[in-house]
Design a protein around this ligand. Structure first.
Ligand SMILES: O=P(O)(O)OC[C@H]1O[C@H](OP(=O)(O)OP(=O)(O)O)[C@H](O)[C@@H]1O
Ligand SMILES: NC(=O)CC[C@H](N)C(=O)O
Ligand SMILES: [Mg+2]
Length: 485
């Protein structure tokens, strides 16, 4: 998962893009980039690291123009250490296109062969995003381009992208001298939302972004989520065109957005992330009550930050006191989305510390939103014991993560997943907990979609069922061999 934003404004756009990226920082911490369009000239600035440390005043000054886009990256494919692979990516023909992408393509092997052998395009990185951009460029070129690009040609090219590309992609591109294009894969796995505000001049200004909180903060009204398979094209003058470009679109959004990735104050596909987390807590409370004599628990405790809403609700529903025993260092980022296990492991200790007064002699029910590698939970249990806890019950508001995630979250290999091939009590033993409780898959699904018009969720890391056809056992094996860890 990465964070993306695109803006067509009537004023210089650089600061707005920067501010939006700062609000999306929780979606990616590896690198970041901004591009703006000043007439038909692009200005680009990208670097490793987080938004605050990456853009200097001198970089911002070069980012001229009233149309722009930005990206915060959490690497899923390609090289995390290589600054060249930071987004956005650029191609000079046709027109000049610059693109940002959230998601992960699952047919990169086929794509790279076709791009090289048939389209005669050179992709100079291992990034799937550069492939997506080159497929879009090839298909736009095939529309017999004239200097006057019209929206029909843009939409025809996106239809071709949907035919050729598999996996997840929410993407935003600028086409030099023409406008801003945003599109979402036919399953709408990754999020994308459209907003509008009226400038003092009375003209429309537009934004597309990964999360609604960016719209709210910028004073934009939410127009709607970009539909699965849909493309939106906004001219540099602010005129908006949209079209369904997929043959058989189906909304199957990623469940992990609601469990962990998205900010709780966002509304995604009509579902409030915060309320979904409260409902996950409610359901988890029922499961806890079925598995544990409640008299055995003295306090309910969250692992900051993401599990707070769920833990609050578990405590309330069970009528057990809610206490915060782990203090969080706000200057350490999210550990799960850091690249490399060594850094993730070290950061948990730097990030969280247990206050003994909340633990001594007590039976604790710890609630985390999810357990993936167990990096966090293992150290949490150790800390709770060292702080004097009597019994530690560990619970997860999401079901066991047993399968790789191939749609934009970096969990490629089964061997690193603590729940892979283990039964729940074994996982508990592995973590050092006295008792282990997980949300049921059906409860997670119901909790997330309750009260909304969403009927399906992408839950492959919990169920092993993948919505895109190309994810075969052979593909998963290849991913395990070749991707990041
Ligand atoms: O089992 P693991 O591999 O450790 O991954 C799961 C943990 O990582 C995430 O926290 P993170 O620190 O990334 O972010 P948060 O502060 O938003 O909870 C998540 O909330 C879990 O606590
Ligand atoms: N997490 C993401 O959305 C990653 C986007 C893209 N696959 C990359 O690695 O840069
Ligand atoms: Mg956490």
């Amino acid at each position: 998962m990465c964070g993306i934003v695109g803006i067509v404004s009537t004023e210089p756009v650089n600061q707005q893009v920067y501010d939006s990226l700062l609000l999306l920082q929780h979606r990616g911490q590896d690198s970041t980039g901004i591009a703006t369009a000043d007439g038909s000239t692009f200005h680009i600035s990208k670097a490793k690291g987080q938004v605050r440390e990456s853009f200097r005043t001198r970089d911002m000054r070069t980012l001229l123009g009233t149309m722009g886009l930005g990206h915060v990256r959490y690497v899923t494919r390609g090289d995390a250490a290589n600054e060249q692979e930071a987004q956005p990516f650029y191609v000079n023909a046709p027109y000049g296109i610059i693109l940002v992408h959230n998601g992960n393509l699952t047919n990169t092997r086929e794509l790279s062969a076709a791009l090289f052998n048939i389209d005669r395009r050179h992709v100079n990185s291992t990034s799937d995003t550069e492939m997506l951009l080159n497929v879009l460029a090839t298909e736009l070129q095939a529309q017999i381009p004239s200097p006057e690009l019209d929206p029909d040609q843009v939409f025809a090219a996106v239809s071709q992208v949907h035919r050729r590309v598999e996996g997840s992609y929410a993407a935003i591109a600028m086409i030099a001298g023409h406008g801003l294009l945003a599109f979402r894969d036919p399953f709408g796995i990754r999020p994308l939302i459209l907003g509008r505000r009226t400038a003092d001049t009375g003209k429309d200004e537009w934004i597309v972004a990964s999360e609604s909180l960016v719209l709210e903060a910028g004073g934009y009204e939410v127009v709607r989520d970009v539909a699965p398979g849909e493309a939106v094209f906004i001219t540099m003058g602010g005129e908006l065109f949209s079209r369904q470009c997929a043959v058989d679109p189906r909304l199957v959004p990623c469940s992990f957005e609601y469990v962990y990735l998205a900010r709780p104050d966002s509304i995604m596909n009509g579902i409030s992330v915060y309320e979904a987390r409260l409902r996950l807590g409610n359901r988890l409370a029922d499961t806890v009550a079925r598995h544990t004599p409640l008299g055995d628990i003295d306090v309910v405790m969250p692992i900051p930050d993401s599990s707070r809403p769920a833990a609050m609700q578990v405590a309330q529903k069970l009528g057990i006191e809610y206490r915060e025993g782990f203090y969080k260092n706000r200057y350490v980022g999210r550990t799960f989305i850091m690249p490399g296990q060594a850094e993730r492991k070290k950061s948990v200790r730097q990030k969280l510390n247990a206050m003994s007064s909340e633990f001594r002699g007590k039976n604790i029910l710890i609630v985390d939103d999810s357990i993936v590698r167990g990096t966090t939970s293992k150290q949490i249990v150790e800390m709770a014991r060292a702080a004097g806890a009597n019994k530690v019950t560990f619970s997860s508001a999401a079901p066991p993560v047993r399968y790789p995630h191939v749609y934009g979250i970096n969990m490629p290999s089964r061997s690193e997943l603590i729940a892979s091939g283990r039964k729940i009590p074994e996982i508990g033993r592995e973590l050092g907990a006295d008792h282990m409780i997980y949300q049921e898959v059906a409860d997670m699904k119901d909790a997330i979609i309750e009260g909304s018009s969403v009927t399906e969720l992408e839950m492959s890391c919990f169920t092993g069922e993948y919505v895109t056809g190309t994810v075969t056992p052979e593909y998963l094996e290849w991913v395990e061999r070749t991707q990041l860890s």
